[in-house]
Design a protein around this ligand. Structure first.
Ligand code: NA7
Length: 538
């Protein structure tokens, strides 16, 4: 007989772990997690590449739902490395006794809604067949690795790796000729670390990026104690903010300051603060006003020119054709300075496009680069890739892939009309990838839990987004994006990094606080835009 659950949760990263805890331990429901990896951690399980660390500060890039957990865990630094975040998530899984309901090494293949029973049938690659009233996707926004279809990869005689599926034993770069393709957040983190080890590193850049120094530091006992004493205040600050970051709300336009004041402010942010504060803790209009944005972009270009010794290399590293922050802003440690090393060469793929991979390396239109190792830091099929790699079918056999053929549509990023009782944590149409991810996850998990609780109380068995509400939300997401500079860049937010992917701006740019308020308002008005029913065929 097929095993029956109240809920199936797909994925055991930040989202899946908390969802399981919430459903099982707070609500008393039966829940099973299927996780593809052989361990918990999601993003932090897979992304083990050299230099992998969090770009958000540790004191807020963590759960806030349990104050004991918060008080007992010690972060070593401002930006912890991947192994430390992974061990945090493993600690959470152990501490809340989550492992017993997580089946590791199990990829979900399909989830089909049964119109007759109102249940979902879920199958896995390992042959599990289970049914559940609810399916909750916790697959992450950046989990489907993108290896671009560059001709010749299959005949490459060396080794190649994607950063999002890094070997557990690590990769030895010493004495090796290495090529990194990609200069997004990942390539920018990996480049200085690989350069320090490799015989020679070629960085294959298609689009230059605006990166801000991390200014990482070890957490002192005093700083940790101070944060632990102020957690309530920190969480409130984050929940009240646009980005879910506990930074003071910005009220000044970059154009309110004189050029000298502005430069002094940018200098302080660059030299002393570092990281996301440059964009999320400076001026409110950097992502809304081109002129304001230009001031930050020009400041960063000036820094690149100061740091990089070779003026020609510096120019190639300077982004000029899209506004700062409209691709996900990277945070680095010594990225630009790495190009001053004798063993590092920048290859500008705009000037000399990549033609093919050969048996011995990479061929561009003007040269052959012999390589032992190629690192693909080429990103992910973001926000929709992991969902669409499963065969998800809703009412009357409607395939999610067909419903989303013109780009993803959701109501609040939480549900898709025609897919009853399916919830998507941090789904497209939510602000998560533009905001502090753990906070966004907690907000979604708790909203979903309360919605299911509401159903229990009212006796409803099925909840689904109404098409009208979904259409209105999709329009609102598009209009919100159009009021920003985001659509001006070819980013993964827009699906532009995946050849053939429909270009739709997927995240909600209206801000975390307005979004969370909207979700609360919807719930307070009897879940406006959601329809509840009993589990009979329609
Ligand atoms: P990103 O940000 O998508 O960056 C991928 C990089 O790879 C980017 O520089 C791309 O250039 C480059 N790329 C992709 N395909 C190709 C091909 N075919 N040829 C050459 N270069 C290519 O991924 P990351 O892993 O760095 O970061 C993803 C997120 O993880 C990050 O935003 C954080 O949220 C954490 P392009 O810019 O498209 O010209």
């Amino acid at each position: 007989m097929e095993q029956e659950y109240d809920a199936i949760v797909i994925g055991a990263g930040f989202a899946g772990l908390y969802m399981l805890h919430y459903l099982r331990d707070r609500m008393g429901l039966s829940a099973q997690v299927f996780e593809m990896g052989d361990g918990v951690g999601g993003t932090w399980y897979w992304n083990r590449y050299p230099g992998a660390r969090c770009d958000s500060e540790s004191y807020y890039y963590c759960y806030s739902f349990d104050s004991e957990l918060e008080q007992e865990w010690e972060w070593s630094s401002k930006y912890p490395e991947q192994p430390e975040i992974l061990s945090y998530l493993e600690h959470v899984a152990g501490r809340f006794d989550l492992y017993r309901d997580i089946q590791l090494g199990t990829r979900v293949v399909s989830a089909h809604f049964d119109d007759a029973t109102g249940d979902w049938a879920v199958t896995t690659e390992r042959g599990d067949r289970v049914t559940a009233r609810f399916v909750i996707s916790a697959v992450g926004c950046l989990s489907a690795a993108n290896v671009p279809p560059i001709p010749g990869l299959d005949r490459f005689g060396g080794d190649w790796y994607h950063t999002g599926a890094w070997p557990h034993g690590g990769v030895d770069f010493s004495g090796k000729k290495v090529g990194i393709i990609g200069t997004g957040s990942t390539g920018i983190q990996a480049t200085p670390v690989v350069a320090a080890e490799a015989d020679h590193l070629w960085v294959f850049q298609r689009t230059p990026n605006y990166s801000i120094p991390a200014r990482n530091f070890d957490m002192s006992a005093e700083a940790t104690a101070d944060i632990k004493a102020r957690y309530d205040e920190i969480h409130q600050l984050a929940r009240d903010s646009y980005g879910g970051f506990p930074y003071r709300i910005m009220t000044r336009s970059a154009l309110d300051d004189s050029p000298e004041e502005r430069r002094a402010n940018f200098e302080r942010l660059w030299n002393e603060e570092g990281g996301f504060k440059f964009i999320y803790g400076s001026y409110f209009d950097l992502l809304r006003n081109q002129e304001a944005n230009d001031t930050a972009a020009e400041f960063i270009r000036t820094k690149i020119r100061q740091i990089v010794d070779d003026p020609e290399v510096a120019e190639r590293l300077c982004p000029t054709d899209y506004p700062y922050g409209t691709k996900r802003p990277p945070v680095d440690t010594d990225y630009y300075a790495t190009f001053n090393r004798d063993n590092v060469t920048l290859v500008d793929l705009r000037a000399t496009p990549l033609e093919e991979i050969t048996v011995t390396g990479i061929r561009t239109t003007d040269a052959d680069y012999p390589l032992d190792i190629i690192v693909f830091a080429t990103g992910f099929d973001a926000m929709t890739g992991s969902l669409l790699r499963m065969d998800i079918r809703g009412r009357h056999g409607l395939r999610l892939a067909d419903k989303w053929a013109g780009g993803p549509v959701t109501y609040l990023g939480l549900q898709v009309a025609g897919f009853p009782n399916l919830f998507t944590i941090t789904g497209p149409g939510s602000p998560s990838v533009l905001a502090n991810m753990p906070l966004c996850i907690e907000q979604h998990v708790e909203w979903i839990g309360r919605c299911i609780e509401h159903m229990r109380v009212t006796g409803a068995e099925v909840v689904e987004a109404e098409e009208g509400a979904e259409d209105a939300w999709v329009d609102h997401v598009r209009e919100a994006a159009e009021q920003t500079l985001f659509p001006k860049a070819n980013s993964w937010y827009l699906g532009a990094n995946i050849p053939g992917k429909k270009r739709v701006f997927m995240p909600y740019t209206g801000g975390f606080k307005p979004y969370a308020d909207r979700c609360e308002e919807v719930a307070a008005h009897d879940y406006l835009g959601f329809r509840f029913s009993s589990a009979v065929a329609e």
